[in-house]
Design a protein around this ligand. Structure first.
Ligand code: SAH
Length: 332
């Protein structure tokens, strides 16, 4: 029986499900059964667009590590996709004295398919890499963490004006919204819990975390917010169509994430465009172009443009940094 059929049976048997349960079930199936990235997949992410992204994130993390006093530390990535970001981080930091020798790498990944892909990508990239499914049991060491397009995949809840939860049910054998009435309020308690545990680790052991994703810092004033979306073959589709075969995401509420991070330094949220530009993205692109054959230059420059331009990812994507007591981290 297909995943979609199982889901319909579950709803027929147990009744309507919350948006969060729907998103959790669909995304678990979705990520467990495919490599969704790139031209032949459903969507593309910053590390897959340009190596400059991972290189600058690597420089940022290494700079925080130096500020921490170059300790033994755990370098952790949440939701590492194909492993490209970690690969670029490691290549960019290979010449930072002692950095590779003093870090242990922990990859947080629930999908067995993607974990296998990451293991192939990173096979010879570092001597100490391990995979785990959640944030508990990280080594008790200062933490350097990056999460790119991780939080947008975590389940959200929708609440109706009367305080009840919006649900998804069946009508004539197809999925539909039980309550079509809007406005809804969107929350992601799982995202906030994960952020709180990252902050708690940093509070106790020191460290820095970088969250990059699309989203907003303040919910729109009019209270109505429904950012649930589904992507399939690079097109937006109805989130209730093709359950488990489209990427379900929601915009990240950076204000809520920052609030969940208590007892650490929270740096004002900036746009991805500003972050990458301030870390030298344009200079890096120029250097890459100088070494590249003519036919690759266009790809380097269009990749950069996609990452930083306000018409592409530059403004919609935001960057939140939390740290233990450090000087201002690079770019903030
Ligand atoms: N960071 C990558 C991939 C983003 S896609 C990139 O930028 O290319 C989301 C990633 O998070 C996938 O690797 C997916 O399998 C993983 N993921 C989704 N939900 C998760 C969860 N609850 N816990 C851990 N990983 C999760």
């Amino acid at each position: 029986m297909s995943f979609a059929q199982q889901l319909l049976e579950r709803i027929a048997r147990d009744g309507a499900i919350s948006v969060a349960d729907y998103m959790e079930a669909c995304n678990t199936h979705y990520y467990a059964t495919r490599d969704p990235f790139g031209g032949t997949g459903d969507f593309i992410t910053a590390p897959e667009i340009s190596q400059i992204f991972g290189e600058l994130v690597g420089a940022w993390l290494a700079e925080c590590w130096l500020q921490l006093g170059s300790p033994e530390a755990v370098l952790c990535e949440a939701g590492p996709g194909r492993g490209t970001l970690m690969q670029d981080i490691l290549r960019a930091t290979a010449r930072v004295p002692q950095f590779h020798a003093r870090i242990r790498i922990r990859m947080i990944e629930t999908s067995p398919v993607l974990q296998a892909l990451q293991q192939r990508t990173l096979r010879s990239a570092h001597h100490d890499i391990a995979w785990q499914q959640n944030f508990t049991d990280l080594p008790s060491l200062p933490l350097l963490l990056v999460a790119n397009e991780f939080f947008d995949a975590l389940p959200i809840h929708h609440f109706l004006p009367d305080g009840s939860e919006r649900t998804i049910s069946l009508r004539n054998g197809t999925l539909c919204w039980t309550e079509s009435a809007l406005p809804v309020q969107e929350t992601s308690p799982l995202s906030c819990n994960i952020m709180a545990s990252i902050a708690s680790h940093i509070r106790q052991q020191g460290g820095a975390a970088l969250v990059i994703d699309y989203g907003y810092e303040h919910p729109p004033a009019e209270r109505t917010i429904d950012t649930l979306q589904a992507l399939r073959h690079h097109r937006y589709v109805d989130p209730l169509h093709s359950p488990g075969d489209a990427d379900l995401t929601a915009h990240v509420n950076f204000g809520a994430l920052a609030q969940a991070a208590s007892g650490v330094q929270i740096w004002p949220v900036i746009t991805q465009g500003d972050f990458l530009r301030r870390l030298g993205a344009e200079l890096r692109a120029t250097a890459l172009c100088k070494q590249a054959p003519q036919e690759q230059r266009h790809k380097i420059l269009s990749g950069l443009e996609r990452l930083i331009s306000p018409q592409a990812m530059g403004t919609l994507f935001k960057v939140l940094a939390i740290t233990s007591s450090l000087e201002k981290p690079a770019g903030f």
